[in-house]
Design a protein around this ligand. Structure first.
Ligand SMILES: Cc1cc2nc3c(=O)[nH]c(=O)nc-3n(C[C@H](O)[C@H](O)[C@H](O)COP(=O)(O)OP(=O)(O)OC[C@H]3O[C@@H](n4cnc5c(N)ncnc54)[C@H](O)[C@@H]3O)c2cc1C
Ligand code: FES
Length: 236
């Protein structure tokens, strides 16, 4: 574990903040870190850029994190895990809620490689569309209709002509991942799709078995990014 200073914090809403570290981490989009705040449980967080994490408060540790001040020190292990497979061609990013975090990093990374990137972003309400302005070509859906289409990101996905994309990347809550998986399978494009999964984690390095899927894959080691083909027949 190494120590890192928080240089800057952006508070997007009451429960979502981005913490910027003093140094960039040698990493790839889709990888995560184990972040240790003294006196709290160590938790996994995806990198939202080489030097940031974007955190939604859901419990003790994440609430403490979004309330940190610049200058404070956190402990970090990682980056760990399998990243997204990049493309130089046409990419579709499908983001649900805080699931957009690793896709910010992926979006910027793919654009730098010259890829053509389109983003579908869904959230419960407009204020949860955190950092939407960072995405170039964007379609938005909100459950309450406060911005974009009234509906879900899956409704947006169903409108897409999927054969045109070289790669499709999906990240969000479990139910959204499952619905996206079913749709992409029906459309016979699972072979070019990748999904970022979340599981409760302890070690983050494939040792403790906490994050294991029913086929024996460890989300921290074989994932968190899995190809559509890897997930066929697996309960997730
Ligand atoms: C690989 C990976 C990457 C992640 N990336 C991010 C990220 O970029 N940003 C981010 O905000 N979170 C991310 N998470 C989720 C984050 O790790 C959890 O929200 C955090 O561990 C909760 O800790 P806590 O102590 O605040 O809450 P806890 O006290 O552990 O949990 C509080 C409540 O939240 C629920 N909860 C726990 N984990 C999750 C979860 N994953 N999703 C929804 N509810 C949960 C619990 O069931 C409980 O009801 C990621 C998780 C994984 C495995
Ligand atoms: S968290 Fe220990 S094996 Fe994945």
């Amino acid at each position: 574990m190494f120590s890192m200073r928080i240089d800057k914090i952006i508070r997007h809403s009451d429960d979502v903040s981005t913490l910027f570290f003093s140094s960039r981490l040698r990493s790839y989009p889709g990888q995560f870190i184990m972040l240790n705040l003294p006196r709290y449980e160590e938790i996994p967080l995806s990198l939202s850029s080489p030097n940031s994490v974007t955190v939604r408060a859901v419990g003790e540790t994440t609430y403490a994190l979004i309330r940190l001040s610049a200058g404070e020190i956190v402990g970090i292990r990682g980056p760990f895990g399998k990243p997204f497979t990049p493309t130089d061609g046409k990419a579709l990013l499908v983001a649900g809620g805080i699931g957009a975090a690793p896709l910010y990093y992926l979006h910027d990374y793919l654009k730098r490689r010259g890829a053509e990137v389109k983003v579908l972003f869904g959230a419960r309400k407009a204020e949860e569309l955190v950092w939407k302005d960072r995405f170039s070509v964007l379609m938005v859906a909100t459950d309450d209709g406060s911005e974009g289409l009234r509906g879900t990101v899956i409704d947006l996905l169903k409108e897409e002509e999927l054969q045109q994309y070289d790669r499709i990347y999906v990240c969000g809550p479990e139910e959204m991942l499952r619905k996206a998986f079913t749709h992409l399978k029906e459309k016979e494009v699972l072979g070019k799709a990748e999904f970022s999964l979340e599981r409760y984690m302890k070690c983050g390095i494939g040792v403790c078995g906490t994050c294991i899927l029913e086929d024996g894959s460890r989300v921290c080691a074989e994932g968190p990014v899995f190809s559509g083909k890897d997930l066929e027949g697996v309960e997730f």
